[in-house]
Design a protein around this ligand. Sequence first.
Ligand code: SAH
Ligand code: SF4
Ligand code: F3S
Length: 439
Amino acid sequence: MKYIYIKTWGCQMNEYDSSMIAKYLEKTNQYTITKNSKEADILILNTCSIREKAQEKVFHQLGRWRKLKNKNPNIIIAVGGCVATQEGKSIFQRSKYVDIIFGTQSLHKLPKMIDEVEKYNKFVIDISFPKLEKFQKSLPIKNNGYTAFVSIMEGCNKFCSFCIVPYTRGREISRISDDILFEIENLSKNGVKEINLLGQNVNSYQSFNHKGKSCSFSQLLRLVSEINGIERIRFTTSHPFSFTDDIIEVYKDTPKLVSFLHLPVQSGSNKILKRMKRLYTTEEYEKIIEKLLIVRPNIQISSDFIVGFPGESREDFKKTINFIKKINFDMSYSFIYSNRPGTPASKMKDETDINEKKERLYQLQDCINRQTMSWSRKMLGSIQSILVEGISKKNLNQLYGKTENNRIVSFYGSSKKIGQFVQVKINKIHTHSLEGILI
Ligand code: SAH
Ligand code: SF4
Ligand code: F3S
């Protein structure tokens, strides 16, 4: 047995891919996963290039692994993911001790690539984009025992002016609907109760079943909801441009779909949205939320924001703050704009001072944090449905699980409840978590 150590950065899709890599390698019966990089024979870095810092981190990490390889030259170092796809061969040039470079679409080839390095002691690279092959080779992944991510589509055709993803993940490819449903049925038989449908733009999902019947995202949601044992459905990430009325309809009659939606808006200024090439206006975004609120009055919305996009004036930023208040977002991920080589925004004039950008980010996060707290306050005294995930790390006598709106709640209860849905009355709130009493 050889030991494999995998380090992952980036989004859920990368986490998912790393779990898949582990499965492919374990399936060969030659490798076992370790959590200790120092005992590894093979070191795998699954990288992210969404922002500059994420990319720089890669070379720092490789520098650290070089020391391990200096001590033991037999160690194989493999670099995969979005930086690998984007940089390709140039990683070998910058870090000569790297043995394998694999792209976001060639995970399933990794066991073979490792074999080649071992046999012929040569560099191996594969950053090709074979259509659908990744889905055809995919294996089911369980997150913990009770929730699972299921990849339904990959890639992006939107080409927002700031974003590297269409270049690193390729164009949109949707998985055959029957394959997705088959995987979820099997997960359900193995105790999974919550499914998170995964993709860069899940609501662009458009595929077929094995008989050639077409299937849209809203149809897929309905089909997943019909699977026995699956009690909660989430998805990550959707885009406002293709958030069509048929998807809103699903919220109306499918209670398994959670009353929580992550729908990134990026900015509250139409001028900036246009420069970002986001394909919608704030008014159109608002309209989606209005329609959702009609069918799901309790729905909570989270978002992503970029501050300091080239050309963002103080006035534009103020519009973002006002929009955050107007929509009353529950949570957000927010970032300072990072220039990504090769993207259209990288050629735009960026005159805002970095300290000003930092100040805007601080103000935005402060505003959202207040709203998060006020949403939590509203939950005080309410009864929440919680999928019990395990024993709390802070207090071994307590259990913990998540509410529909993704808040972690801890409470006293028997470990027999792990993996089940329970009703908990919320009696204490903290900034990032809640406490409650089992009913
Ligand atoms: N497909 C999703 C987002 C995927 S990337 C969508 O379109 O909504 C996740 C988040 O990273 C984005 O929502 C954006 O807020 C942020 N991001 C992407 N590129 C960035 C860049 N160049 N600089 C700063 N943040 C960026
Ligand atoms: Fe990037 Fe835009 Fe595609 Fe999202 S929709 S992955 S931000 S290009
Ligand atoms: Fe990063 Fe690639 Fe995901 S750039 S955010 S790992 S799609």
